[in-house]
Design a binder for this molecule. Structure first.
Ligand code: ZN
Length: 242
């Protein structure tokens, strides 16, 4: 059930604001802007888009490497410095966490009790490294979160019917692949949901947007548009003020 949030501007974007506590801002950009990663930092266009839609806040900009590492934001981290990671967690207010995707899954995390948030980029490689499990472990160990309180929302990604993969995936993900017309398909959402529930996150606390980037042309899709396609930004922040 995608939830559409009316932004400050007239544009609307996918959001999970009504699923998370009022103090937590979330949004997912679409093809109105390309959020590809640049080594020099955010482009002028990207920066002004964020300022317009979310306000002017420090942005934790990660260089994604399809790994299993989740970054813990500490006081020394300044906006504009890059960290290699595929997920970010914080309990700090007014710091925008984000990941970029084009068919991969973005997962928004929040424990409303300990007030820790995060966002994770989960492609098949990160999923194979159990990045969702690592993210939940870190929420528990670093911030004292409780898996029974953690809420997770899944952003748009390629769906299990569209994601055709090699036969090696039958070994990688035996529970989350199926065969269709002699092709193997991988269900990225189901694989990540099972990593969350394996850590004790409750099924009723997981919200899936059920938006397929391959089918919905309003989102960038690596599989549909090729490697030069743009990137979707999935962002989350704890607001200090309403
Ligand atoms: Zn699909």
């Amino acid at each position: 059930m995608p939830l559409i949030w009316n932004l400050k501007s007239s544009k609307t974007m996918l959001s999970f604001n009504s699923f998370f506590p009022d103090s937590v801002l979330t949004f997912v950009t679409d093809h109105q802007i390309d959020f590809s990663f640049y080594e020099g930092g955010l482009s002028v266009e990207q920066r002004s888009f964020l300022k317009k839609h979310a306000g002017e806040y420090p942005v934790i900009n990660v260089r994604q490497v399809h790994g299993g590492d989740v970054l813990i934001v500490n006081d020394d981290m300044v906006a504009g410095t890059f960290y290699e990671a595929d997920g970010v967690l914080t309990n700090k207010t007014d710091v925008l966490l984000c990941v970029r995707t084009a068919d991969c899954l973005s997962v928004f995390l929040c424990d409303p009790i300990t007030k820790v948030i995060g966002v994770v980029h989960a492609g098949w490689r990160g999923t194979q490294k159990n990045i969702m499990g690592h993210a939940v472990h870190q929420m528990i160990e670093v911030y004292g979160a409780s898996p029974g309180h953690i809420k997770a929302a899944f952003g748009p990604c390629i769906c299990g019917s569209c994601y055709e993969v090699g036969t090696e995936f039958l070994d990688y993900f035996p529970r989350h692949t199926h065969q269709k017309n002699n092709k193997v398909c991988f269900d990225l959402v189901a694989a990540n949901e099972s990593q969350l529930t394996a850590e004790g996150v409750l099924t009723e606390n997981i919200l899936k947007s059920s938006v397929c980037t391959f089918e919905q042309t309003s989102y960038f899709s690596y599989r549909r548009d090729g490697k030069n396609t743009g990137r979707i930004l999935s962002a989350i922040m704890i607001k200090s003020k309403p």
